[in-house]
Every structure is written in C-alpha cells, then in structure tokens.
Design a protein. Structure first.
Length: 342
C-alpha cells in the first residue's frame, strides 16, 4: 500500500523507492569512494546499480569487493554516459532514479535531503543539489545548470567561491552528475538522448522537462564533492571540448521552441563565435572547432530530432525564455541563477 500511495503522490519518496545509477568507465579508485558514500547514506536506497562501460582498469571489480550489495550491469562496450544511464534505468526497480557520477562523493545525508526536497515540492520531479569541487575546498562545482538567452548552457557557479547557505529554488536543469528524477518522468521523456553520448545530455533532459511543462529544482543542502571529468582527462580535455561544442549546437537546434529559435539564432552564433575566440587565446580552439563541424555535418539528424521534440511541446517560447537568464554577465561570470518557485 505504501508504494501505491507514493505513486499517487509525486512528492512522496522513501528509501525503498530510489534506485541509484552509477555509470563507470576507467574510473580508478574514485569509484570505490563513490560507492562507499552511496552505501553509507543515512537513508539507504533500494539498490545501487553499477553500469560498467567495459572498463579495463579493474575499478568495478575492486569497488565491488570493498562495497557489498552493488548490482553490476555490464554494458559490453563503452556506451557513453547517456546510454549507460538509460541501460541502468531499464533495470531499475525504484520509483525515483538517483544519478551519480563515479567521481562524485555524496555527503551521508545527500539522498535524504533530496528526498525531503521532493516531499516539499510535490509538483516537481527532478532535483539537483550543491556540488563542491573535491580538489578545491570552498569552491563550487555547480549549483544547478543555467541556460543563457543565446542558448549557451553552463553550470551555475562553476569554479566560484561557495556562497554558503542558499534558498532552494528553480534552476533551468539539474546536473546529471548528482541528480534525483522520478522514473516515470525519465521514461516518459525517453531518457537521455543517446546521440549526445556524454556532456550536455543533462541540459537536454532538463530542457525537455521544461518543454513538457515541468521544472527542475536545486536543493542546496544536498551536497556532493565532485572531481569532474576524471575519466575523460578533465573538463578542458580535447574529448570534453569536442563533445561539449558539438552537443551545445545540437541542443540549441533540437530544443529551442520556434519563435525563440529564430529570435535568438543570431545571438547563438555571436556567442559561439565569441567563445571560440576566447578559446583560441587559450590554445583550446581545435577540438571545439571539430565539435562544431561535427554538429553542422549532422544538421539533418538534428532537425529531425527537433521535429520530434517540438511536436510534443506544451510550453511556449515565452515560458522557456523566462526560465533562462537574459543577463550576459551571468554567462560571462558563470553566476548561479536560482529562482524562487512561484
């Protein structure tokens, strides 16, 4: 009966209703620390699913020897983060999915605080928390994802000083590195877009939640320490730069509603050009250009995805625009943007 009541009330969540999904690939010793933190939650999850994207470093086996009770889900190949999470979600039994990167280390009460936030906000089905930089105490890794009016997303507060206590509120999207989402919503939206492979797949999911008339929230007292891109050479690696540049363009084309798309297309081109000029001064232009070229070469598929996404849209262009930041200084300074839920 308790499980039936939870299904009827989206704000109700108990320890038996959460499946944690961790996607690992060459994650090294971080994986054991990640799983240990999840196994030690004050409100234990129903299950912890470890999706192994064909790692060869022995990290999944070593972690499972040290952390009992983990369910291994072999992917058989490197599916990327998006498809890896989707694979885990298909095997999950919980009513909620908690997604955690293998280099993210949850505070003992992380899950309990997210579930408390879900109970306080029964009309919302996707939540993120406070991500601190694991190797830079006092610095933020993120407080919710932000979408700027030109269609360039960023992680709010990345690299900035942690502001301390912050009221919970709406963000544009929740970071997939430490997210709680109702499974029925995840499934209704088709999960992550596997064509994105990894990077910005969480922004795309949050965008589609908003297009469907939903919202995402930040619960700032739910905390994880995050290394960030530990398996792919760091946030500024060629791999991360390529996929980030490619996927930003694809998401802009796919998700931006019609009126907003044509109004902000010039802004998107200008902002992307300005970003590339800055990257050129840092010696990081080449992989970003390759990503942009890949996105442009794939325009037919992007517009096909756009037609599918916009066909089920409920939100107007104005409603989406209101969820963005219009202040260019927010984008330039990676400022946190959290709005009070009205």
């Amino acid at each position: 009966m308790a499980r039936d009541a939870a299904k009827d009330n989206p704000g109700t969540a108990t320890q038996g209703s959460v499946s944690v999904i961790v996607v690992a690939w060459q994650s090294g010793p971080d994986l054991t620390r990640c799983l240990s933190a999840l196994a030690g939650q004050t409100l234990p999850p129903l299950e912890i699913l470890l999706v192994d994207n064909a790692s060869t470093d022995g990290a999944p086996e070593a972690a499972m020897r040290k952390v009992p009770g983990i369910t291994l889900v072999p992917a058989g190949a490197n599916l990327g983060f998006a498809a890896g999470v989707n694979l885990g979600a298909r095997q999950a039994r919980g009513e909620w999915l908690a997604l955690v990167n293998p280099d993210a280390f949850a505070a003992p009460d992380w899950l309990e605080r997210l579930l408390a936030g879900a109970a306080r906000n029964p009309g919302v089905a996707c939540f993120g928390g406070r991500q601190a930089m694991a190797d830079a105490p006092g610095r933020l890794d993120g407080l919710g994802d932000v979408m700027s009016l030109p269609g360039i997303p960023y992680r709010g507060g990345y690299g900035l000083a942690d502001p301390g206590p912050v009221a919970e509120g709406e963000c544009f999207s929740a970071c997939g590195g430490a997210m709680l989402i109702r499974r029925s919503l995840f499934e209704a939206l088709g999960g992550f877009d596997e064509d994105l492979f990894m990077y910005c797949e969480d922004v795309d999911l949050g965008y589609r939640i908003r297009l469907a008339g939903g919202a995402c929230m930040v619960i700032p007292d739910a905390v994880v320490d995050h290394v960030g891109s530990a398996s792919t050479g760091g946030a500024g690696s060629d791999f991360a730069s390529f996929h980030g540049a490619r996927n930003r363009i694809r998401i802009f084309i796919k998700d931006t509603p019609p009126l907003l798309f044509w109004l902000t297309l010039p802004l998107h081109v200008i902002a992307t050009t300005a970003l590339f000029l800055r990257l050129a001064t840092q010696g990081r232009l080449a992989p970003n250009l390759r990503g942009a070229r890949a996105a442009l070469a794939d325009l037919p598929a992007a517009f096909a995805a756009r037609r599918r996404t916009q066909a089920t849209r409920r939100a107007t262009s104005w409603e989406i625009a209101r969820a963005m930041t219009w202040n260019p200084l927010d984008l330039l300074g990676r400022r946190v943007v959290i709005r009070r839920r009205g």
